[in-house]
Design a protein around this ligand. Sequence first.
Ligand SMILES: [Zn+2]
Length: 81
Amino acid sequence: MSKDSVMHTPGASQAACPDEQDLAAYLDGRLPPEERDRFKAHLDQCAACREAVAELGALLGVDLPDAPDEVKGRAKRLRNS
Ligand SMILES: [Zn+2]
């Protein structure tokens, strides 16, 4: 799988973005609770990852159980487009 397919542009002041594996694990509900919390905290401050989660969620057709409403809405729009 090509690493170049997803463009992550982490801001200077925030932790590195989770990679695609982590995104997929989050969407599948496979992340341990502790990492899940960290992931969600990261989503709160990283627009690039909210976008990535929405896109991947739409692609996989999952419901994004506890993602922010903004992400769910975007995924829904992507899925319907
Ligand atoms: Zn990020």
